[in-house]
Design a binder for this molecule. Structure first.
Ligand SMILES: C[S@@+](CC[C@H](N)C(=O)[O-])C[C@H]1O[C@@H](n2cnc3c(N)ncnc32)[C@H](O)[C@@H]1O
Length: 238
């Protein structure tokens, strides 16, 4: 396949995503398989808000966040506070983000604009934790973007997440982001009954998730990926 230059992450020789199905893929593999919209809707009210914590390995161009905003609105979510903890080792510019997401403008233009507006307020060239809020009909997403290595971000989390989106390039192109040490740390930062979803069904990734405390199952994929993975945390973490 001929990969447009803008989609290639030069640090890994791998695409950020498949441009044809990428929004749909995010909605099915990460949001649908983990029933994120239903879980946000069912979250207990804290101070009148539905608080839900998401973790992501590999912020990239923010496509999963764009897909999440669309799914929350389509699912009729209101009054949600989504704490979205994500990490990026090689941040891109806001201009490049716009080019990468351009293919989805017809379907998700206003979400892309909100994401880029928030990302433009972040000094992504500076390592460490950055924050920006993105408001929508669904409520608010508190973007907590950690510029640095994934393990540092995971270990810095004060509270466990309800849903993890593992999206850090193909294991053969980027074995580091699938290493057992990182998956184990993610397991410890997942609440009981919380989920981890990913597009890869590689055996060592599934075994790493099991060793981290997740019950792992193969679930429907999307487009060229017939199967994906859903892990559900069996252990309780404070
Ligand atoms: C497949 S892309 C992410 C796509 C993104 N979720 C999206 O929807 O636009 C994977 C991202 O993980 C980042 N990454 C790879 N290894 C990393 C690591 N060890 N720590 C933090 N980020 C990493 C890459 O630079 C890349 O931007």
């Amino acid at each position: 396949m001929n990969i447009p230059d803008r989609l290639l992450n030069e640090h890994y020789g791998d695409r950020y995503f498949d441009v044809v199905d990428a929004l749909e893929e995010a909605k099915r593999i990460h949001i649908g398989n983990a029933r994120v919209v239903e879980r946000v809707n069912g979250a207990p009210l804290t101070g009148g808000k539905k608080i839900f914590r998401v973790g992501e390995t590999g912020f990239g161009a923010g496509r999963l966040l764009v897909a999440l905003m669309g799914s929350l609105d389509a699912g009729g979510v209101r009054g949600a506070v989504i704490d979205y903890h994500t990490v990026e080792l090689h941040p891109i510019t806001a201009e490049r983000m716009g080019l990468i997401l351009y293919a989805f403008r017809d379907r998700a233009g206003h979400y892309i604009d909100r994401l880029i507006e928030a990302y433009s307020r972040v000094d992504a060239a500076t390592p460490g934790l950055h924050g920006a809020a993105i408001a929508g009909d669904f409520g608010v997403i508190n973007l907590r973007l950690y510029i640095g290595e994934a393990l540092s971000m995971v270990e810095s989390l004060g509270s466990p997440c309800a849903a993890w989106f593992l999206d850090g390039h193909a294991p053969k192109k980027n074995p580091d982001i699938w290493r057992a040490e990182l998956l184990s740390a993610i397991g410890k930062k997942t609440e009981r009954g919380g989920t981890a979803t990913t597009f890869t069904v590689a055996g060592h990734v599934r075994r790493g998730l099991e060793a981290a405390g997740f019950a792992v199952e193969k679930v429907p994929g999307c487009g060229g990926k017939k199967e994906a993975v859903l892990g559900t945390m069996l252990n309780a973490h404070p």
